[in-house]
Design a protein around this ligand. Structure first.
Ligand code: SF4
Length: 473
């Protein structure tokens, strides 16, 4: 263990030489990007906690600030730089560690930000303590990074912070072998890989035992689980379904349409544990654009998957990712997309504007779409998404569901909010559900701006100290 050396006015402000680490060391971590990044940050922070570091939510009080970055858009990268500069403005002695997808793709760029101490690549992000022996700020930033094709190990990760015990992200797969022409993720995270089903079951039991009400299976290309270990995503879903020690409800974060098999859909349809909710990236409703994107399906396969889901689960919530403004997307292509999405029985859209990413095939493609057109198309799809969401919510009025309460910033003194199994945002009057109530059976009554106002039928789960107690009738 090294010593902490802070400037006189630095953290602790006493004679630095006599300080021992564990007495003072606090870490603050911030995550940009996806559920996978959130799970990984949590696991890295647990490495500090297991060494008696204190985890603080205040970056000003931290000795070490860890930032887990995203590189899906140039905005994400800009945000990374802004956050580092803000933290250093308020806490100039903080030891800055940056990791994540942006760190793997452009480590030098991050290391050139004044005040950054360490940059960790994809292969190194879980080996902080074997790369850094002391968290002493120094003038020359250190980069610990390897070529992405060396990042072949799978490192499990899961939400560890039990403070709110609502939803836990469980990493089941990493990397991707697909070659979508707009995407940098394979360059940032490497080849598709996963682990043994037993390791996932072990984590899912722990998360259930820790009192999480929901486990979100997360990854880059989740449906590709087991492809290189002789198992399959369906086998994982089956194993989780029939493991009685996995008591939390389970949500699949996202799955490629070509990997959403009938057997997965049918198991979810018959399950009491898996949520009837799928998030299925489409990206475009034009076969011409799907070809340019090198996606592994066309619109008829996509339509057929949606029809299959709705046939066996009419109440299923379906979210769809769409990119607008991809190079070569003509007005006709866009109108085809709009028409295709309008006809599909889906619940909401996540609309992304195409963002040029360095070293992707798409960045060299002809016929770039002007920014004002991209903006206009994005707006049109967001309007459609709102219409779809309202229609989906209307179709759920009068139904009975289980809500998992999320005491987040959206909670008001009037209502507590959360999501049903099929991903309807619902609210229940706070006076009916005290803060220790984690789950309840409700009847959906009326759409409001906060969500669907619902009547309480019965409380089905409460949080007692550090566990979750289902109320058995
Ligand atoms: S499936 Fe395509 S878009 Fe998704 S991570 Fe892989 S390459 Fe990227």
């Amino acid at each position: 263990m090294g010593y902490f050396v802070g400037k006189e006015h630095g953290v602790g402000g006493t004679n630095p030489v006599n300080l021992s680490f564990n007495d003072f060391m606090r870490i603050n971590a911030h995550t940009l990007g996806c559920k996978l990044n959130n799970a990984e940050t949590s696991t890295i922070v647990e490495q500090f906690r297991s060494r008696n570091w204190e985890v603080t939510s205040d970056s000003n009080a931290a000795n070490v600030f860890l930032l887990n970055t995203c590189s899906v858009t140039s905005n994400a990268e800009r945000e990374c730089r802004q956050i580092v500069r803000r933290v250093l403005r308020e806490n100039p002695d903080a030891f800055i560690v940056v990791t994540g997808c942006y760190a793997q793709l452009r480590p030098e760029e991050i290391a050139s930000i004044d005040g950054v101490d360490v940059v960790l690549g994809a292969k190194e992000k879980f080996n902080i303590f074997s790369n850094i022996s002391d968290f002493i700020k120094n003038d020359t930033p250190k980069i610990f990074s390897s070529e992405i094709d060396e990042a072949t190990d799978f490192h499990i990760a899961a939400t560890a912070d039990t403070s709110e015990r609502t939803r836990a992200f469980l990493k089941v797969q990493d990397g991707c072998d697909y070659t979508c022409t707009y995407c940098t993720i394979p360059m940032a995270r490497g080849v598709s890989r996963s682990t043994e089903i037993n390791e996932i079951l072990f984590e899912a039991r722990r998360l259930s035992n820790d009192g999480f009400g929901e486990i979100v299976l997360s990854g880059v290309n989740v449906g590709d689980f087991g492809a290189k270990t002789g198992s399959s995503f369906f086998e994982l879903v089956q194993a989780l379904e029939f493991d009685e020690a996995v008591t939390a409800r389970i949500r699949i974060s996202s799955i490629e349409p070509n990997l959403l098999t009938d057997e997965i859909i049918e198991l979810v349809a018959s399950s009491k544990k898996f949520c009837p909710h799928f998030h299925i990236p489409l990206q475009s409703g034009s076969d011409n654009v799907l070809k340019l994107m090198q996606r592994r399906y066309n619109t008829s396969l996509y339509r057929e998957r949606i029809l299959k889901v709705k046939q066996v689960m009419p109440h299923c919530g379906i979210g769809v990712d769409v990119i607008v403004g991809f190079p070569g997307e003509t007005e006709d292509d866009f109108l085809k997309s709009l028409e295709f999405l309008t006809e599909l029985e889906i619940s909401y859209l996540h609309v992304f504007t195409y963002s040029e990413r360095p070293n992707t095939k798409a960045v060299t493609m002809k016929q770039p779409v002007p920014n004002d057109i991209r903006k206009k198309r994005n707006k049109q799809l967001r309007i459609l998404s709102e219409k779809k969401l309202q229609a989906f919510y209307r179709s759920q009025i009068g139904t009975v569901a289980t809500v998992l309460f999320e005491d987040d910033s959206k909670m008001t003194t009037t209502f507590r909010g959360g999501y049903t199994e099929n991903y309807v945002r619902v609210v229940v009057p706070t006076k009916l559900v005290p803060l220790n109530v984690q789950t309840a059976t409700i009847k959906l009554q009326e759409i409001s701006d906060e969500g669907v106002v619902s009547d309480l039928i019965k409380i089905t789960g409460v949080r007692e100290t550090n566990t979750f107690l289902p109320i058995l009738q």
